[in-house]
Each structure stands twice: as structure tokens, then as C-alpha cells.
Design a protein around this ligand. Structure first.
Ligand SMILES: [Zn+2]
Length: 288
């Protein structure tokens, strides 16, 4: 989130706190209490090191609370976030073109500069996203091998996570840490036993490393269903955030909260955060 966006958050006419942390936001909603106009809670997904190095100093400077959702195996240096693997491979491949076959789809991709290499990885990642984890992993290994790039066991520094001590430091400064699962799978595609493990073991790991209860959750890739929501509730989480775009009212479901993404351009961000996008959607639904 850029400085102009943070500045927009930190300006307020209201005497009430318009920037509660996520738990107080959820508590107020569940008690049916009126929220001050323009109330916003800030969330950061995945817990890459830039959450500590870039976002954290800005949030401290403007005294804004936020929740950072981390993938515990990623923090423990046991796993990559899978989408980074192909970014790593395409950035290091010597080839300038690349043909990827995924199921019955063939991608002929250019890799002539940093942007096209990033886009090549993004296109293949998008095609892999909904496929089973084993197939995803095999495909990534096959592509890495065909491009002559060796994938290290742990991510390189530029793709690494925050550390536990950085997370503790952020907590001491007023940020919250929530769970984003153990390994960042698409939860709608995993069996019940793995679903339970991803939710419960990540929570237990956070609680043991941070020394207090953790009850905030973020759905990887925003993917959820009634089954996944139920599992999140029974694992003990009090709130869950999705990638469904929009604002949350007093009647919102605390386990499937909507969010507003940061946008590349500031006017569009203001438009989204003001509720204008929500209003446009409602008007469109009335007309259709
Ligand atoms: Zn994520």
C-alpha cells in the first residue's frame, strides 16, 4: 500500500476511531453497533519480508493497526508460496521463448525481458491454480527442468517470508498476526483431513510461537465454500477475510468478510474504498 493510500486512511473528520484493528471491527459488527463512517481495517496477506521491511515502518509512522496473515510453513522455511516457483524459474531461464503444455492447453510464451518473464509465470500459474496440488507440483518441476533451472528447497531471499522475531516485533508495535494456513492450498480443493490440518496446525503453530490465542483467518486465493467456512468456524477462528471485493455492513458474516484491494492508480483506489464500486454493482443488478 503506497503512502498516498495510507494518508487517505489517516485523514478523518470523525472523533471515533475509524481504524480499529480487525477483531474490534468484527466485535462491533457482531454486536450490531454502528461503525463510524469510513471505518477501515487494513490487512496484508502472505507475510513476505516486505510486509516487515516496507509496510511496517509506514504503518507505525501513521499509527495504523493492521493484520498480517502468514503461511506458517513459509515462515518456518519449510515451503515456498507455490506461485513464486515459476516466477523464479522464468526469471532465471536462458530461453527467450517457452512452450508450456498443461492438460489440453498449450501456452507459447515470450520471455524477452523482466516484464514478459513475470507475465509468462503469471499465465501458467493462473492455468495451474485450480488443479490438484500434486499435478501442480509435477508441472512446475517439469517446466523448471525443461528450462534448465534448478529449484532450491527454500525460496531465495527476495521471495522469503518475515521471520518469527519480526512478527513478534510487529505485534509489539500494535499489529495483529493471523493465519493464512500451513501451506497456502486452494482449500475448496483439499480433502477434509487436510483442510482441518491446514486450519488447526497453522493456528497452533502461531499460538505457540506468539504466546497467545490467534483467531483471525485469511482464505488462500480467497477460495471458500460452505464446507470450508464451517471448518474455519470449528477450528476456532472468529473472523475470516476473503478476496470478494466490497464493503462490509452491520449484517456481514464475520467469517467471510469482503475486502477492497489496493489499486495501481490512486483515484481508482479512492473510488473502490468510497463504496462507489459497490453502488455501481447494486445498480447494475437492478437494471439486469
Ligand atoms: Zn495468499
Amino acid at each position: 500500500m503506497g503512502l498516498r493510500r495510507v494518508n487517505a486512511f489517516s485523514r478523518s473528520e470523525s472523533r471515533e476511531d475509524p481504524h480499529p484493528d480487525l477483531p474490534s471491527f468484527v466485535t462491533r459488527c457482531s454486536q450490531g453497533l454502528q461503525l463510524p463512517p469510513g471505518t477501515a481495517a487494513i490487512t496484508i496477506d502472505d507475510g513476505y519480508r516486505d510486509a516487515y521491511e516496507i509496510a511496517f515502518p509506514i504503518l507505525v509512522r501513521y499509527q495504523l493497526p493492521a493484520t498480517v496473515f502468514v503461511v506458517t510453513d513459509f515462515v518456518d522455511r519449510k515451503a515456498w508460496l507455490w506461485t513464486d516457483k515459476l516466477r523464479f524459474v522464468t526469471a532465471r531461464a536462458r530461453a527467450s521463448v517457452f512452450k508450456a503444455v498443461i492438460g489440453d492447453r498449450t501456452f507459447n510464451l515470450e520471455m524477452t525481458d523482466a516484464v514478459s518473464r513475470f507475465e509468462a509465470a503469471a499465465r501458467v500459474n493462473a492455468a495451474l491454480k485450480l488443479l490438484p496440488d500434486d499435478f501442480k507440483e509435477e508441472t512446475i518441476v517439469r517446466i523448471a527442468s525443461s528450462l534448465g533451472v534448478e529449484l532450491p528447497e527454500v525460496p531465495p531471499a527476495e521471495m522469503s517470508s518475515t521471520t518469527w522475531s519480526q512478527l513478534r516485533e510487529m505485534e509489539c508495535a500494535g499489529l495483529e498476526i493471523g493465519s493464512h494456513t500451513l501451506t497456502h492450498p486452494l482449500l475448496t480443493k483439499v480433502a477434509d483431513d487436510r483442510l482441518s490440518r491446514e486450519l488447526r496446525e497453522s493456528r497452533a503453530r502461531l499460538e505457540s510461537m506468539l504466546g497467545h490465542p490467534v483467531d483471525q483467518f485469511c482464505y488462500p486465493h480467497g477460495a471458500y465454500s460452505a464446507r470450508v467456512r464451517e471448518a474455519v468456524a470449528s477450528a476456532g477462528y472468529q473472523c475470516g477475510v476473503t478476496t470478494k471485493r466490497g464493503l462490509n455492513g452491520r449484517q456481514c458474516d464475520s467469517l467471510t468478510l469482503r475486502r477492497i484491494h489496493t489499486e495501481p492508480d490512486f483515484p481508482h483506489f479512492v473510488q473502490s474504498a468510497s463504496g462507489a464500486e459497490d453502488m455501481k454493482g447494486k445498480l447494475r443488478a437492478l437494471v439486469d
